[in-house]
Design a protein around this ligand. Sequence first.
Ligand SMILES: C[S@@+](CC[C@H](N)C(=O)[O-])C[C@H]1O[C@@H](n2cnc3c(N)ncnc32)[C@H](O)[C@@H]1O
Ligand code: SF4
Length: 398
Amino acid sequence: MTQEKGRAGIYIHWPFCLSKCPYCDFNVHIRPQVDQARWRAAYGRALEHYAAVLPERKIVSVFFGGGTPSLMEPETIRFVLDRIRALWPCASGMEVTLEANPTSVETDKLSAFAQAGINRVSLGVQALNDQDLAFLGRKHSVAQALEAFAVAKQCVKRVSFDLIYARPGQTLEGWEKELSQALDHKPEHLSLYQLTIERNTPFYFDSEQGKFSLPGEDVAADFYHLTQDILEEAGLPAYEVSNHAVPGQESRHNLLYWHYGEYIGIGPGAHGRLTLEDGRKYALRDHHAPDLWLERVEQTGTGAHEPVYIPPHERFSEALMMGLRLREGVAAARLEEEGACALKDALDMERAALLEEQGWLFRENGMLRLSREGMLRLNAIVPYLLKEEEQQVQAQTL
Ligand SMILES: C[S@@+](CC[C@H](N)C(=O)[O-])C[C@H]1O[C@@H](n2cnc3c(N)ncnc32)[C@H](O)[C@@H]1O
Ligand code: SF4
């Protein structure tokens, strides 16, 4: 069978950080020393493996995520990008994003990252007051974060930053001030995440022991609405649940995920979604532990587990989950294409009608999309909408 020729993004995972933030459950490891030359070579080999299987792709975006990929040597970034350009045709103006932490050491490297080929930086600012930065276990101050933002803007055209809100003890007034301070710096993209307490993190145990408490559901909803109001007013509407941009400045790489497009994931624990040589779509996942990943790549050329076939009904539910995150929603025709079925065969249309009556779901111009109130309930709405047999399949795969 012929292989689908098309666009793809590449995600590169760098699994190391200087220290572990108490809220974070990403695949992160603390190492005093990392052998960059060894990692560089391993990324190169893993890329070659994918290029041999998928030579016909056009690469439209690359995203260095982590962990803290700003701890990579600029030389490592340059090597990976050179390999990608040598192995595949790349879109002109390919978006190349680096997640960066705003410590002074990393800020000093921003210009070298830009020279290595980074053209978009996503800075982990997280809070704009020093007390909360300390609470979040961050190793930088507000002043350092703002300095990093200013330097990043001189080095690359597109800079975004992340903030975490609905923090313990945070007031709506405090958040409003922080947002207004953030907007004073004229960002064109902002990622604004509600603090989530992830299982088995230090914050999880602290909150279990009552060391702090989070805003209740109603207050968290107030935070969400306030955020939407302020950002809409400022000309950076949400284009996804937590992501805001001046129109045209959306993250193209992340849009690829939400449009349920194709992407290669390389590095410990990285995921991919790809149509392989047999024309069928597969979920790919790399080995989670950094040392095991490195060994597997060095010994076999790939750090990936066996690809897992995604049957059409799962493609439908994945595309629905991703697409409803977007403000524009998801095209019914796109869902039908992924699911190889009519919408009514996969969705409970009576429930869809109930959600519409409630004002949480809209169906218009061939699109399904959620209202703001709907977005607040996204995780409950998707399983509710899927027909029973779909939910069972979802439950079995959890
Ligand atoms: C891979 S992480 C971090 C990238 C970078 N190492 C940093 O810390 O800035 C990407 C973003 O996810 C957000 N994040 C991580 N854990 C979170 C949590 N438990 N609740 C809310 N946001 C979280 C943070 O805003 C973070 O910048
Ligand atoms: S939030 Fe960022 S710096 Fe902190 S542990 Fe997670 S990935 Fe590392």
